[in-house]
Design a binder for this molecule. Structure first.
Ligand code: C5P
Length: 228
């Protein structure tokens, strides 16, 4: 039994250093509407975020999972908040992060959204030019505060160490997990993947051909170390 679960079962929701830690996890893609019928999005399936949320719940943490649209069943013992767009995800994260001890941003947030959402279905025509505007960067908006452990993810096809380090610094993260997609391999969905786990101190660990559930265990094991 983990320390967190033992505290949960024997002492309940105590205030102070021994209370049950709250973990906020995001998962899945966001989808950004173009009109009532169409949208832009990405191939995220939500698997990693759901595995992380499930692992946190099994270890006795209090877990809130903010999820974009996915086809996965919610892990048991987890509060799920469903969202669609990046801005909705940002709003829900900002509402909940103040009470959280750790934020794990596993969601593949769309960096851009259509500048205008048409009220009616756009008619077929010769050419359609889309203007995309930047979505908020949720990790940047959360910022840093004493007592919040911030974990991010990145999918890098080249220079994973350098790009990972830059992202860790820019988003002021305690830890970043880099999915080092190799040529021809699908980084999305279940199956074995390659990762690098990098912490604020510059320590790097590599994981080759691991399932997302295994990787979730490693990540939460690392998060627990921050809680002493
Ligand atoms: O910069 P990049 O999108 O690769 O950063 C990935 C990390 O930042 C992920 O943890 C992702 O959830 C988070 N992110 C965010 N807000 C965005 C885009 C990404 O918090 N708009």
């Amino acid at each position: 039994m983990t320390k967190a679960r033992a505290m949960h079962e024997h002492e309940g929701q105590k205030k102070g250093p021994e209370r049950v830690r709250k973990i906020l996890v995001t998962a899945g893609p966001t989808i950004e509407p173009l009109d009532p019928i169409r949208y832009i999005s990405n191939h995220s399936t939500g698997t990693m975020g759901y595995e992380i949320a499930g692992e946190c719940a099994r270890r006795g943490f209090d877990v809130c999972l903010i999820s974009g649209p996915v086809h996965l069943s919610p892990p048991s013992g987890v509060e799920v908040v469903k969202v669609t767009t990046a801005r909705e995800m940002r709003d829900r994260v900002l509402e909940r992060v103040g009470e959280s001890d750790c934020l794990i941003m596993a969601a593949a947030v769309c960096d851009f959204r259509p500048g205008k959402v048409e009220r009616q279905k756009i008619k077929k025509r010769g050419e359609l030019r889309l203007r995309l505007v930047k979505n908020p960067d949720i990790l940047l908006e959360v910022g840093q505060r004493e007592g919040l452990v911030k974990v991010g993810f990145a999918l890098e096809t080249e220079n994973p160490v350098e790009n990972g380090k830059n992202k860790l610094r820019a988003k002021d993260l305690d830890m970043i997990i880099i999915n080092t997609k190799s040529e021809g391999a699908d980084p999305f969905g279940p199956g074995e993947k390659r990762y690098m786990l990098m912490d604020r101190g510059g320590n790097i660990r590599e994981f080759k051909d691991v399932m997302k559930r295994q990787m979730a265990r490693v990540i939460i094991g690392e998060v627990e170390k921050y809680f002493g």
